[in-house]
Design a protein around this ligand. Structure first.
Ligand SMILES: NC(=O)c1ccc[n+]([C@@H]2O[C@H](COP(=O)([O-])OP(=O)(O)OC[C@H]3O[C@@H](n4cnc5c(N)ncnc54)[C@H](OP(=O)(O)O)[C@@H]3O)[C@@H](O)[C@H]2O)c1
Length: 248
């Protein structure tokens, strides 16, 4: 039977590339997100691209415990086991504010959107992960290393969470890792925010002198999701063209 892989935020950007890679390998993939129209279109596109009917979708706001619970139950309905969980959903809300109430709201939004989205679904699916052999992967960011306000802080929190969970699940043969992408402009993440000056400034400080692609991030996830990575757990795999080198 095909493996079951869940990819959050799988309708766009990096998540869609991950879903494409896993479906291309023969996994049954369910993509999750808040916008039904985007999910439906992405699933249709991926099924056409892989010439198979392996990608399904479910609408859910992963910051909402009630919705996450219902989604998790639907995903494992009929006694299914989850082979691969890719916690990719996330985004940036942060910005400067000289009002503390506004600042508190921005920090909460980044924490909810990047940490709770990962923690809630992982906890809901934890009993149903394949043992041994399950794979949990979270997408953090170069921002966790370089510093970037509440967004970077929220992504860094995923690292500490991953270290703890990897230790808890290691004896069950389940691996837990993080992929930390660098600058990946071909994503909704940058929609409407990226000027040419910002692009040039970033590329100018990346040793490889170019941006990364969603497919390059997906390739790292594919390795960590695959059968050859069974002894790799509790790690952060950075995909950033050398922008930040290996420190944890
Ligand atoms: N692009 C970069 O340069 C870059 C660099 C480092 C890390 N990252 C990280 O990579 C991940 C993927 O982002 P991306 O760059 O591919 O941007 P993206 O295209 O905006 O993808 C984010 C996805 O997450 C989903 N999502 C966000 N909040 C959600 C929620 N509460 N519940 C369910 N789904 C939610 C979005 O769908 P809906 O809006 O429909 O819910 C969207 O499909 C993010 O975690 C991001 O922080 C990106």
């Amino acid at each position: 039977m095909a493996r079951l892989a869940i990819v959050t935020g799988g309708a766009t950007g990096i998540g869609k590339a991950i879903a494409h890679a896993l479906a291309g390998d023969g996994d049954r993939v369910v993509i999750l997100g808040r916008r039904a129209d985007a999910l439906e279109a992405a699933a249709a596109e991926l099924n056409k691209a892989t010439d198979a009917d392996r990608v399904g979708w479910r609408q859910v706001d992963l910051t909402r415990p009630d919705q996450v619970e219902a989604t998790a139950q639907a995903l494992v309905d009929g006694g299914r086991t989850v082979d691969v969980l890719v916690n990719n959903a996330g985004g940036i809300s942060s910005g400067p504010s000289d009002r503390l109430d506004e600042l508190a709201e921005l920090w909460r939004r980044d924490f909810d959107g990047n940490v709770l989205t990962t923690v809630l679904l992982t906890e809901a699916l934890r009993p149903y992960l394949r043992r041994p052999g399950g794979r949990v992967i979270a997408i953090s960011s170069v921002a966790a290393f370089r510093g970037a306000g509440s967004y970077g802080a929220a992504k860094a929190a995923l690292h500490a969470w991953m270290y703890g969970l990897s230790a808890e699940l290691a004896a069950d043969g389940v691996t837990v890792n993080v992929v930390a992408p660098g600058f990946i402009p071909d994503t909704r993440f940058w929609d409407g925010r990226l000027t040419q000056d910002m692009y040039d400034a970033r590329v100018g400080t990346i040793p490889m002198a170019r941006a990364g692609t969603p497919e390059e991030v997906a390739a790292a996830v594919r390795y960590l999701a695959g059968p050859d990575s069974g002894y790799t757990t509790g790690q952060i795999l950075q995909v950033n063209g050398g922008w930040v080198t290996g420190r944890g």
